[in-house]
Design a protein around this ligand. Structure first.
Ligand code: SDX
Length: 430
């Protein structure tokens, strides 16, 4: 019989509180501390939410010690091998794998929502040519929230689903338009005759002056990367989407907030930072210096693409991407010296006590940039790629939170460290 509660007592006040144990299907149990302030007069304190569960969710499960990642119970290794991104998006959103009719209908719906309102070009043209694509994505997705007034009610199931479809369909169109703005080429309209990833690559790399044929190897590689980036439980950007959504905000604005949170180098921005780091290291013989810098507490240099809040073992996604990197570069006939630098860095770090003691392993961002580079995607666009895959997860979590109804607004407390009460001092007396 497992424990149903733990009792916490305060010897100073003599008060105690029973903390109910909350259990899920898998993973460690949690203590429900909702009443701890009312009954014991304490808050809990957990900066960065290292040991704090913010919600219940049935979408994704991670076992950080074992390096396990399940989307709706299915192991990421099986999904990477046998599924595709749109099927994964359906699975994350609906909780079950689609049957052939459901898959066809979902794909058709996404395909027929890929265009964006022509007015959005006005926003795009306002950006300077050297605007970072993630800044453009924040602005463009935020601007998308100004459309579709007829279907943005979070309490309306039909509105929720059509918004989900619109976002999954339109994010690639917006992302490709950001790239085209960056390189000074005209935006390319989506071709509904193409598959999801082929359509995106066509919008990225085709030009009006000549025909363009999408390389199926590139499309397949991108589809797999989108699968691997689709969801990851309560990471910073997904938690942001949930927190913004908890106020009842415009659902598209919630996704724009997720884009902003993903941009940071500690999160999705790491894939861009990894390529910059590998380029700065330059050659294998400089790897030792980089590892030494990463260990030096007086140097704020970190091995980007290494370490993870949850994984204290190999990130299963990194294992898949590492293997895929070799396959894709071989198929495309590309030799990238940065791959050798990355492999040398991984080999040295994984043998070093500093990394072993702290259980720092390569994460999803360590190798992904080498594949994006092989697909001719510029480094500034790497985090945009991450956002395209993660849109499925952001939407799934927003839907899950709103489907529950009676959403409680997220409002953490704090430990106040400022001045105690003091009276205003007139200017002449200061
Ligand atoms: C993603 O949450 C998710 O699921 C995220 C993600 C997703 O799919 O959504 O998986 C995607 O964001 C992956 C992570 C990408 N970020 C990076 O690769 C940036 C480099 N990594 C780190 O900054 C760091 O590892 C984090 C941010 C990922 C995790 O940081 P934590 O959990 O807050 O750990 P920490 O900073 O407290 O580090 C613990 C120790 C510290 O040393 P000590 O103080 O114990 O001596 O490990 C050290 C850190 O200095 N450390 C590193 C390191 N990462 C941690 N030292 C050198 N290089 C690193 N990369």
């Amino acid at each position: 019989m497992s424990t149903s509660k733990l009792t916490l007592s305060d010897p100073d006040s003599g008060r105690s509180v029973d903390l109910p144990v909350v259990r899920g299907t898998l993973g460690d149990p949690a203590l429900d501390v909702a009443k701890i302030n009312r009954d014991l007069g304490y808050f809990t304190f957990d900066p960065g939410f290292v040991s704090t569960c913010s919600t219940r969710s049935a979408i994704t499960y991670i076992d950080g010690d074992k390096g396990v990642l399940l989307y709706r119970g299915y192991p990421i290794e099986q999904l990477a091998e046998q599924s595709n991104f749109l099927e994964i998006a359906y699975l994350l959103i609906n909780g079950e794998l689609p049957n052939p009719t459901q898959y066809h209908d979902f794909t058709e719906q996404v395909t027929h929502h890929t265009m964006i309102h022509e007015s959005l070009k006005t926003f795009m043209n306002g950006f300077h040519y050297n605007a970072h694509p993630m800044a453009m994505m924040c602005g463009m997705v935020g601007s998308l929230a100004a459309f579709y007034h007829d279907s943005l009610d979070p309490d309306n199931p039909h509105h929720r689903m059509v918004t989900a479809i619109r976002l999954i369909a339109k994010m690639p169109t917006i992302a490709a338009a950001c790239y085209k703005h960056m390189v000074g080429q005209p935006a390319v309209y989506p071709k509904n005759s193409l598959g999801y990833c082929s359509r995106f690559l066509d919008m990225m790399f085709s030009v009006p002056a000549e025909d363009y044929e999408v390389d199926p190897v590139a499309a397949k590689a991108l589809d797999l990367l989108f699968i691997l980036h689709a969801d990851h439980e309560q990471n910073a950007s997904t938690s942001t989407v949930r927190l913004v959504g908890s106020s009842g905000a415009n659902p598209i604005a919630c996704i724009a907030a997720g884009v902003a949170a993903l941009w940071g180098p500690a999160h999705g921005g790491a894939n861009e930072a990894v390529l910059e780091m590998l380029t700065e290291i330059g050659t294998k013989d400089q790897v030792g210096k980089a590892v030494a810098r990463a260990k030096d507490k007086n140097d704020n240099f970190r091995l980007m693409g290494f370490g993870h809040r949850v994984y204290k073992n190999f990130d299963p996604r990194a294992k898949i991407i590492s293997k895929m990197t070799h396959e894709v570069l071989n198929k495309l006939g590309i030799h990238d010296p940065l791959l050798e630098v990355a492999m040398a860095l991984e080999e040295v770090a994984l043998k070093d006590d500093y990394f072993v003691e702290r259980k720092l392993y390569p994460n999803v961002d360590f190798y992904s940039g080498i594949i994006y580079k092989a697909l001719n995607i510029p480094v500034e666009m790497f985090t945009v790629m991450f956002a395209l895959g993660r849109t499925a997860g952001w939407i799934a979590h927003w839907l899950e939170q709103n489907a529950e109804g009676n959403v409680k607004i997220g409002r953490p407390r704090q430990i106040y460290t400022g001045s105690a009460h003091r009276d205003y001092v007139a200017m002449e007396s200061r």
